[in-house]
Ligand binder design. Structure first.
Ligand SMILES: *[C@@H]1O[C@H](CO)[C@@H](O)[C@H](O)[C@H]1NC(C)=O
Ligand SMILES: *[C@@H]1O[C@H](CO)[C@@H](O)[C@H](O)[C@H]1NC(C)=O
Ligand SMILES: *[C@@H]1O[C@H](CO)[C@@H](O)[C@H](O)[C@H]1NC(C)=O
Length: 251
């Protein structure tokens, strides 16, 4: 009977209603870092550049154990703090843009993200004075940037032969683990290698335009752009929509 109902849960989660099967909360601690405007840092270890400062309304964080060799870049987490007198019950959703550790913390949040944990301005100020607080967190889908994977040409790129891209927005709740490009409509694919954080690169890059495809964690298949999405005259710093669509209901 116990085994039977366990299989039923798995069936419901995998096949029918993944939305009902969000991960459980994990106990941990969180602290914050400050910037001039309380948003993120433009120099986060994910390689998102200035995009990482303002994305998700500047509610971002550095992580330690959840870094996953950079594959954790762009992942979204719901974080709520424990003190019922000070903390909002639904907490805040933050996105990972950096690596960071404090005193036994999983998250070093931007101040704007951290203050959002509080029930009101006074409560947030109390939390800020504590500095490090007990929290619970769980992985959630990223939805704030729409449902397409977005990439940005990294600042280290040199047109036309050194191409480095950062996967800056990953909708859904899976990591992007591999990234490839094709300049002949998908007949041949060139793998990029992960250099650091969310950044993948390719030396001696062929000439564009390019289709791109990505592999998500726990998947054997590739998700591919419907057409060319990186133009032949790609620009350092430019953000391109991969048009790789992630269905929020099933991801
Ligand atoms: C954060 O930094 C800004 C600019 O340096 C400063 O005005 C503000 O008081 C700081 N906030 C905290 C909580 O330290
Ligand atoms: C925070 O709350 C959770 C859920 O009630 C609990 O399991 C955990 O022990 C609490 N953390 C601390 C440090 O008290
Ligand atoms: C916040 O604190 C101020 C000053 O202590 C107080 O006047 C105000 O009523 C408090 N507001 C709330 C919502 O608790």
């Amino acid at each position: 009977m116990g085994l039977h109902s366990k299989y039923q849960v798995v069936l419901v989660c995998v096949l029918l209603l993944p939305a009902l099967c969000l991960s459980r909360f994990t106990n941990s601690r969180a602290t914050y870092y400050n910037t001039s405007d309380g948003s993120g840092t433009p120099t986060g270890a994910c390689g998102f550049g200035d995009y990482g400062r303002t994305e998700n309304s500047g509610r971002v964080a550095g992580v330690s154990g959840l870094w996953r060799g950079g594959a954790g870049c762009g992942a979204c987490y719901q974080v709520k703090c424990n003190d019922t007198k000070l903390c909002r019950t639904d907490g805040v959703t933050i996105v990972v843009t950096d690596m960071g550790s404090g005193d036994r913390t999983d998250f070093v949040m931007s101040l704007n993200g951290f203050l959002r944990l509080g029930l009101n301005a006074n409560a947030s100020d109390e939390l800020r004075k504590k500095g490090t607080v007990d929290i619970q967190y769980r992985r959630v889908r990223c939805t704030f940037g729409g449902s397409n994977v977005k990439i940005k040409i990294n600042e280290n790129s040199r047109f036309p032969d050194y191409l480095a891209i950062a996967v800056i927005y990953v909708p859904g709740s899976k990591d992007v683990v591999s990234f490839q490009i094709s300049n002949n409509n998908g007949r041949d694919w060139k793998p990029l290698r992960r250099v650091f954080g969310g950044v993948f690169d390719l030396e001696n890059a062929p000439s564009g335009p390019f289709k791109v495809r990505v592999q998500f964690s726990r998947s054997q298949t590739w998700a591919e752009s419907p057409n060319n999405v990186i133009p032949a005259d790609w620009k350092v710093g430019a953000i391109y929509d991969s048009r790789i669509h992630v269905d929020h209901a099933t991801s």
